[in-house]
Design a protein around this ligand. Structure first.
Ligand code: 13P
Length: 252
């Protein structure tokens, strides 16, 4: 159930400009020195769409991949302000976050997210698919039924499931400093992995990341949980120092 390769994914959200290249360069330098031979994990930075092309042409790092944070489900058309999966792919993105709770709160339903996943997979992008419950759902004991429905409604077993990474982000944990208890996380991760394998009839377990208030101070608590394959990091990924310290402390 454990994936040896760990993922450290940054979600910059609405942050960054051309000069933020410095952050990526610093992370690259760290990765190339880490444990002498360079880091073996996957480092992915999901940046605003306006920066994807710039970063992918400027950085030639074997350690770092660039991803996007959302896309429209149509390939092109009259959708003011939107960006399609094919545009992201052509800009150099390899990954796209879909189903983030911040986009769900702006109207993305499980069905809309399903169409977005299809369009991203069509473009051979890797999808980082976010799921997670609200605090009220948690209090009512509905966490598992909510995340089961999110997966069932947005994923089809016909998809190229190897290109889908799940990110479990309890909504009450995002940007709040509150994180689930170790035992709760173990249970949730086992549940997600088993459900995915059973429902979509895969031979292997999916890669599942944890997201929500991950920082250099609390990352040690997560490293004991072998079911967690990596992290989707919001605020702390906007600083090279914090992002690097998360990786360092994870392995301490
Ligand atoms: P924070 O790490 O800022 O809580 O954000 C988590 C998140 O939303 C990542 O997608």
């Amino acid at each position: 159930m454990t994936n040896k390769l760990k993922y450290f994914v940054g979600n910059w959200k609405m942050y960054g400009n051309f000069s933020s290249l410095r952050i990526i360069n610093q992370i690259h330098r760290f990765c190339s020195r880490f444990k002498k031979n360079g880091i073996k994990d996957k480092i992915i930075l999901c940046v605003p769409s306006t920066l994807i092309y710039f970063f992918t042409t400027k950085i030639k790092s074997k350690f770092i991949s660039i991803g996007a944070q959302n896309c429209h489900y149509q390939r092109s058309g009259a959708f003011t302000g939107s960006v399609s999966a094919s545009m992201l792919k052509k800009s150099g993105a390899k990954y796209v976050i879909l189903g983030h709770s911040e986009n769900r709160s702006e109207g993305d339903t499980n069905q809309v997210i399903k169409k977005k996943i299809e369009s991203a997979l069509d473009q051979k992008l890797y999808v980082i698919f976010c799921i997670g419950e609200t605090i009220n759902e948690k209090k009512k004991g509905k966490t598992f039924s909510v995340i089961r429905k999110q997966m069932k409604d947005s994923i089809d077993k016909k998809y190229n499931l190897k290109s889908i990474i799940i990110a479990y982000e309890p909504i009450w944990s995002i940007g709040t400093g509150n994180i689930p208890k170790v035992q709760e996380l173990k249970k949730s991760f086992r549940f997600i992995k088993n459900e995915f394998k059973k429902n979509f009839k895969t031979k292997t377990f999916p890669v599942v990341l944890y997201g929500g208030s991950v920082n250099d101070g609390n990352i040690r608590a997560f490293s004991s949980i072998s079911e967690i394959d990596g992290f989707l990091i919001g605020g702390a990924s906007q600083s090279s120092k914090k992002f690097i310290d998360i990786i360092k402390n994870y392995y301490k």
